[in-house]
Design a protein around this ligand. Sequence first.
Ligand SMILES: [Fe+2]
Length: 143
Amino acid sequence: MTMQAKEFITWKSIYETNIPKIDDQHKRLLVILNDLYRSFIQKDGADVMLDIAKKLISYTKYHFTAEETFLSKINYPKLQEQIDEHIGFKTKIDEFYINIEKVGMSVEILQFLQNWLKSHIKGKDVAYSQWIFENKIDFEKFI
Ligand SMILES: [Fe+2]
């Protein structure tokens, strides 16, 4: 069996919020996670993997801030739930970074990142998007 570096996480329509800027940011997160996975499969050096991990962490934080700012501007009633999940994930990825530095990347870390992103996007993120469209929020001017 050959080690095919296939896509680790694939974009699906169930992840769509139909808010273009948000969907683009989510797609970017998936791209970086796929880069990290490929790097792991190719057995790249620790420096390469840490570099990609750093990119994932900083882009995640950038995206979370953008999302929270947007949801706060439109007075999303469940903003706090979003913030809480975001805080949990930020803590986790900071811990992972230290772990990768110390003992290297692991399948468990990659699996956690994949599962978390999938369930957060199709859960909490799609939920705010449904609220936006149900309430006919004119979101364009707030994003
Ligand atoms: Fe998000």
